[in-house]
Write a protein that binds this ligand. Structure first.
Ligand code: FMN
Length: 207
């Protein structure tokens, strides 16, 4: 007769390197962003972008993280050049980005500066990589956000998958500062990093 083993006591999660080491914090933040750009299931795949509205009020929206480069340190998103966020970024290039990964229990708050790409090689390469399904959103006849009487009014033929290139653009968000917050039962950790060229200076903050 076999005797059932008592259940194993719940093991504490191992203390990650980023718990007490600023370099490890920064590396973990880059890893989170790299994964977010590649893995559609990652929380960092759909960050929230805040801009300053033309009336001075904050405006927020979700976007798909299309790319992340560490050198130069920038994120990439695709959008319609007629969208409101682009008018806002033309008026004020400063923006902020938010990500919370509930599995990693990490929040990133990123200060960035937007660079708008229209009709250049960055846009041509990005458009060449988009799938026909992704192009449909750029085929609407009216600017995104235009009031319409009927939801079908602004949508072109969904079989027309080559159109929309004229409305498509790329925004790169140069990261200027990054704040990281890690939630942990042993005590939260918070740090801020500021970029000067290729150098990052980090410091711990009270969580
Ligand atoms: C999961 C998700 C992903 C989205 N990805 C994008 C995107 O990559 N680019 C984009 O322009 N809008 C994207 N949107 C729509 C935006 O959140 C927003 O509604 C739209 O861009 C209009 O924003 P604006 O009027 O502030 O310019 C996404 C929305 C959701 C919910």
């Amino acid at each position: 007769m076999t005797i059932a083993k008592p259940p194993e006591p719940e093991t504490e999660r191992a203390t990650p390197a980023h718990y007490s080491n600023l370099d490890a914090v920064l590396e973990s933040a880059w890893a989170l962003l790299k994964d977010g750009a590649k893995n559609r299931h990652a929380a960092a795949h759909t960050p929230t972008l805040t801009t300053i509205g033309l009336d001075g009020a904050p405006r927020i929206r979700t976007f798909v993280l299309q790319g992340f480069e560490q050198h130069p340190c920038a994120l990439r998103l695709h959008t319609d050049q007629r969208s409101t966020k682009i008018s806002e970024l033309r008026a004020h290039a400063g923006a902020a980005l938010h990500i919370y990964d509930p599995e990693k229990k990490v929040q990133l708050q990123i200060d960035c500066r937007a660079e708008l790409h229209i009709g250049d090689a960055v846009v041509a390469n990005a458009w060449a990589d988009t799938k026909p399904m992704s192009r449909i959103v750029y085929q609407v006849t009216e600017a995104p956000g235009t009031p319409i009487d009927d939801p079908l009014q602004a949508i072109r033929d969904p079989d027309e998958t080559d159109g929309g290139a004229a409305n498509f653009m790329v925004v790169t968000l140069q990261i200027e500062a990054l704040e990281w917050l890690f939630l942990d039962a042993r005590g939260h950790r918070r740090a801020r990093f500021i970029r000067d060229g290729e150098t990052w200076t980090g410091s711990w903050l009270v969580p």
